[in-house]
Design a protein around this ligand. Sequence first.
Ligand code: FES
Length: 88
Amino acid sequence: MAATKITVKSDGSIRVEGDFTIYDQDGNAFDLAGRTAISLCRCGHSQNKPFCDSSHKRAGFQSEIHARRLDPPAPVPLAPAPPKPPST
Ligand code: FES
């Protein structure tokens, strides 16, 4: 399997390249017609969401991105312990 590369562009889209599938919230895959690279909108102005149509340029979208380290994920709370059986 080829690696997937995701690039968050300053003042623009999220570029996805390589081996990937994009799904909607119902689990249906987009037919990308053989594309191995696509840009996703992150400015909210595209008329073809979730894909970028370069509207970010007209909208003057600004968001400078530099890679950084994230804080560790918050711990997942443990499920409550099951009730103890009554003692006899
Ligand atoms: S990022 Fe390009 S149209 Fe939104």
